[in-house]
Design a protein. Structure first.
Length: 414
């Protein structure tokens, strides 16, 4: 037997991680979607749910499993844990009027916030009865044929008094499996459209701050040409660094949310395509209605993301230009310093040569004076003129002194 890859079992289990619940011909589905304070808080929600299970005699959710179902009286509830949200879904009879049942563990979500609430009434009709159509808001009415006309869906995406979005699903022409798959798909559409739109309020709140940063950068770039002194250049560089910090903070605040919105938008589009909708004469289709609202919201987030990237790139280019300018100024200053040093060294060399020449003359003068005293007696004894003798010795004395000074300088200075 070959050795299994260590992740083979996890990959296989993922295919069955969220099985489809087979629905009766008539049933009422409800789903609540909760978003915790951070994705890391999901583990705390799992712990709270397991505490609820322990206190109600429900088997705890196995480690590593992200979905579990259990019976609660006449209801069947399902908890699903996603990357950054949790869903509680339960089904009951069509007559079930309890929107917030106390026995399915809603209190276990703690301080997580409700982002979506959906109710789907699955009925045995082949089409949506007229009595239901008149209950929806006409201005946002959506009535679609699905599964090549074998079923119909109606909704207006208007929340009721308890905050639930209601959908009527006439599934009389579908098999139990297809009915269950479409119902789950409708729940996911409402879930993912809410999660995708979660980025839009953040984008709107952040837009003024981004616009202010863009204006500050534009004003700063216009003044760069006038920054000719080192103090002005340093002040501009400090201002750019502050703008870079602001840009980084905005990226940190928006990056994850915008990336999640793109992912949710992709999943939403896939789920809408899976409905295989067809239009009716009663209203818009679900896909067209949501597309006309979700797509512009995602485009707004994408545009803001592009603006933020452009702002960051401009700041980096401006900083690079200033750094290049500072480098050129330093090179010019260094060149001036080197020229000054070279000029000083040349002057010192000339001064040293002058002093050396004067030293040779002075030493030669004193040497000849001493020599004249030394030779005075012998020259008088041999009747030789002292002045003539000193004149003859002078060139030799100067040459010897010059050679000695040169030798000493080479010994000490190379």
């Amino acid at each position: 037997m070959p050795v299994d890859h260590p992740d083979r079992q996890a990959i296989t289990e993922e295919l069955h991680a969220r099985p489809v619940d087979i629905l009766d011909g008539t049933t009422r589905l409800r789903r609540l979607v909760f978003v915790p304070s951070s994705p890391a808080a999901i583990d705390g929600l799992i712990s709270g749910f397991n505490d609820f299970c322990a206190s109600h005699g429900i088997p705890p959710m196995p480690r590593g499993v992200r979905q579990t179902s259990f019976a609660a009286g006449h209801r069947t509830a399902t908890w699903e844990f996603h990357t950054e949200f949790v869903t509680i879904t339960w089904r009951a009879a069509l007559e079930d009027a309890e929107n917030w049942p106390a026995d399915i563990g809603i209190e276990a979500v703690g301080d997580a916030r409700l982002i979506a609430a959906t109710r789907i009434d699955v009925i045995a009709d082949l089409q949506i009865p007229d009595r239901f159509i008149t209950q929806f808001n006409l201005s946002s009415l959506c009535v679609s044929q699905v599964e090549d006309g074998a079923a119909q869906i109606a909704t207006d995406y208007v929340a009721d008094a308890d905050g639930y979005t209601r959908l009527e699903f006439a599934a009389g022409g579908l098999t139990p499996l297809r009915r269950s798959i479409i119902a789950r798909r409708l729940l996911e559409i409402d879930t993912y459209r809410s999660m995708a739109l979660l980025a839009l309020p953040l984008a709107r709140r952040t837009a003024p701050e981004l616009a202010e940063a863009e204006r500050d950068l534009t004003a700063l770039i216009e003044t760069l040409a006038e920054a000719t002194t080192s103090e002005a250049i340093q002040a501009a560089l400090d201002a750019l660094h502050r703008l870079s910090i602001r840009s980084g903070q905005l990226s940190e605040r928006l990056g994850y949310r915008f990336a999640a919105a793109r992912a949710y938008g992709t999943i939403l589009a896939a789920r809408l395509d899976g409905l295989r909708e067809g239009p009716t004469a009663l209203g818009s289709t679900i896909g067209r209605y949501l597309g006309n609202r979700v797509d512009p919201a995602l485009a707004t987030c994408l545009a803001m993301e592009k603006r933020l990237e452009t702002l960051t790139d401009k700041i980096e280019r401006a900083i690079e230009l200033l750094n290049v300018r500072i480098g050129l100024d330093l090179q010019i200053q260094n060149k001036s310093v080197l020229e000054t040093i070279a000029s000083t060294a040349q002057s010192q060399f000339r001064l040293q040569a002058t002093v050396e020449g004067l030293s040779v003359i002075a030493i030669s003068y004193y040497a000849l004076g001493i020599l004249s005293y030394v030779l005075a007696g012998p020259l008088e004894w041999v009747h030789f003129d002292k002045a003539l003798a000193v004149s003859i010795a002078a060139p030799f004395a100067i040459a010897i002194v010059w050679w000695s000074v040169r030798r000493l300088r080479r010994m000490h200075f190379g």
